[in-house]
Design a binder for this molecule. Structure first.
Ligand code: ARG
Length: 471
C-alpha cells in the first residue's frame, strides 16, 4: 500500500478516517494533468542536477507508459489510494521501481500539485463548456434568422408591452450566452498562472524552475506568492459563478420555452425527440428539457455557494477543507454537459406558430406608446402625449375595441392634436419598423445585430477550440 506520509506514525489511519479522507473516487479526473505535470517537474529536477539524464529518461518513459495505462483503463486507483497523487505515485513506482520513481516527489507537495492540476482541468473544461454553449447559440441564431420578420408581443411584467420581432426576442439569449463565454475568457487570464514551485507553502530549496514548469504545461506565468499559490481557490469560485450564471441563463430560456409551449400561449410546438409524455394522461407532451434546465440551475447556484462557504474565514495556507472544491466543479461541468446539448436539440427543433404570435402582437393596447411617440413628432410634449395615449386606451377599453378602431371623432375628442393620421403607426409592421435604433426591434436593425453577433460567435468558437493544456 502506498501512502505519501507515515514515517512518524506508529499505526495507519482507522477505516472511518480513511473513508473520510479519500478523494480518489472523484479526483481521478485529474490523472492526465497530474502526469503531464510530473513530466514537467522531472525535467526541472534534472536541470537542477537532482536527476541524471538516464533517470530522467526512465522517469519520462515510465510516466508515458502509466499515462497510456490510465487512458486505457488498465491502471485504476484503488480505495487504498488516498487521492489521485497517491495512486499515480504507486503506479509510477510499480512501473519503474522505487529507486528512480521515489525521486519524483522532491520539491513539490500535493498542495501545489492539486491546485495546478485543478487549474489545468478547469481551463480545458471551460473550453468544452464554451463549445457546448456555442452550439446552443447557433441553434438560437438559426431560429432568430428565420423569425426576424415574425411579430410577437413583447412583455414587461409578463403583460403585453410593445410588439417586437421574434428574432430579436430569441437573439437576446445569444447575447447572454456570449457574455458567459466572455466571462470564462476573462477568468482564464487569472486561472492561467501555475502555482508550481510553491511546495507545501514556502517554496523550495532545491533550485527548481517554476517558470519552466509553467511554460511546459501551457500556463501564461506563475503565481507570484507561494502561500497564495497553495491557498487560493478564487479560480474555483469564479469558475463556479460563471457556470451558475450559465445555469441562470438556461433557466430563463427554459422558462420561456415552457410558457411558449403552453396551451395558453400556443406559440411553440416541441419536437417529439425533445419532450416527454405522462404515465397517466395520454395526451400530454411535456417540456422536460426546459424544466430540467430550469431545475438544474439550482445545483449550479448551490455549488458556488458551497465553495464560497468553505473559503470564508479559512486560515492560510493549505487546509484539508480545500479538498471540498472538486466535487462542486466536477458536478457543475457534468451538469452543463448534460443540459446544453439537450437544450440545443430542443431549441433547434421548436416549431413556432408565427400567425398566432402576430395576431397577439398588437393586443392589450400594445401600440399605445406608438400614439404617444406620433404625438411627440407633432410637437406635443411627451408628458402630455403619454396622458393622451392613456386616454385612448381608456376609451378603447370601455368600448371593447382596439386602438386603431377608434374613430376620427373619438381621436379629436380626446385631444385636438390627434387625427386619423395616427393610424399610420397603429399597425404592427409600422410599429416594428419605427423602432430602428441600432439595438432596436426594427427587422432591419435586428438583421444587422444578428450579423454582428455571428462574428462574435466565430471568434469565441476559435477560443473554445484551442485547449491550453495538451493531455
Ligand atoms: N486530496 C487533497 C486535495 O484535494 C490533495 C492535497 C492534500 N494535501 C495535504 N497536505 N493533505 O486537496
Amino acid at each position: 500500500m502506498t501512502r505519501l506520509w507515515g514515517g512518524r506514525f506508529a499505526s495507519g489511519p482507522s477505516d472511518a478516517m480513511a473513508a473520510l479522507s479519500e478523494s480518489v473516487q472523484f479526483d481521478w479526473v485529474l490523472a492526465p494533468y497530474d502526469i503531464a505535470q510530473s513530466k514537467a517537474h522531472a525535467r526541472v529536477l534534472h536541470n537542477a542536477g537532482l536527476l541524471s539524464q538516464a533517470e530522467l529518461d526512465t522517469m519520462i518513459a515510465g510516466l508515458t507508459e502509466l499515462n497510456s495505462r490510465v487512458e486505457s483503463g488498465d491502471f485504476l486507483p484503488t480505495p487504498a489510494d488516498e487521492d489521485v497523487h497517491t495512486a499515480l505515485e504507486r503506479g509510477l513506482i510499480e512501473t519503474i521501481g522505487t529507486e528512480v520513481g521515489g525521486k519524483l516527489r522532491a520539491g513539490r507537495s500535493r498542495n501545489d500539485q492539486v491546485s495546478t492540476d485543478l487549474r489545468m482541468f478547469l481551463r480545458n473544461s471551460a473550453r468544452g463548456i464554451a463549445t457546448h454553449v456555442g452550439h446552443l447559440q447557433n441553434a438560437l441564431l438559426t431560429q432568430a434568422k428565420n423569425h426576424v420578420d415574425s411579430a410577437a408581443p413583447g412583455f414587461t411584467h409578463l403583460q403585453h408591452a410593445q410588439p417586437v420581432s421574434f428574432g430579436h426576442e430569441l437573439a437576446k439569449h445569444i447575447h447572454a450566452f456570449a457574455r458567459d463565454i466572455e466571462r470564462l475568457q476573462d477568468w482564464d487570464k487569472r486561472a492561467a498562472k501555475s502555482p508550481m514551485g510553491s511546495g507545501a507553502l514556502a517554496g523550495s530549496s532545491l533550485k527548481l524552475d517554476p517558470v519552466a514548469v509553467a511554460t511546459e504545461l501551457g500556463f501564461d506565468g506563475i503565481v507570484e506568492n507561494s502561500i497564495d499559490g497553495v491557498s487560493d481557490r478564487d479560480f474555483v469560485a469564479e469558475f463556479l459563478f460563471s457556470t451558475a450564471l450559465i445555469g441562470v441563463h438556461l433557466s430563463r430560456l427554459g422558462e420561456e420555452i415552457c410558457l411558449w409551449a403552453s396551451r395558453e400561449f400556443g406559440w411553440a410546438t416541441l419536437d417529439d425527440a425533445w419532450s416527454t409524455g405522462s404515465s397517466i394522461m395520454p395526451q400530454k407532451k411535456n417540456p422536460d428539457v426546459a424544466e430540467l434546465a430550469r431545475g438544474k440551475s439550482g445545483r449550479l447556484i448551490g455549488h458556488v455557494t458551497s465553495v464560497l462557504t468553505v473559503l470564508k474565514g479559512l486560515p492560510f495556507a493549505y487546509n484539508r477543507d480545500l479538498q471540498e472544491d472538486k466535487e462542486s466543479v466536477i458536478d457543475a461541468i457534468h451538469t452543463l454537459q448534460l443540459v446544453l446539448p439537450a437544450m440545443t436539440g430542443c431549441v433547434g427543433t421548436l416549431v413556432f406558430d408565427t400567425a398566432k404570435m402576430a395576431e397577439s402582437a398588437p393586443q392589450g393596447f400594445a401600440l399605445a406608446t406608438d400614439i404617444a411617440e406620433w404625438l411627440v413628432q407633432q410637437g406635443v410634449p411627451f408628458n402630455h402625449a403619454h396622458e393622451v395615449a392613456g386616454a385612448c386606451v381608456k376609451v378603447a377599453e370601455a368600448e371593447g375595441i382596439e386602438l386603431d378602431e377608434l374613430s376620427d371623432e373619438q381621436f379629436s375628442a380626446i385631444d385636438p392634436a390627434l387625427t386619423g393620421d395616427v393610424r399610420s403607426v397603429l399597425t404592427v409592421a409600422g410599429s416594428l419598423a419605427s423602432r430602428s435604433t441600432v439595438n432596436g426591434t426594427a427587422p432591419d436593425s435586428v438583421r444587422l445585430q444578428l450579423a454582428n453577433v455571428e462574428g462574435v460567435l466565430a471568434a469565441q468558437e476559435s477560443w473554445a477550440n484551442a485547449k491550453p493544456h495538451a493531455v
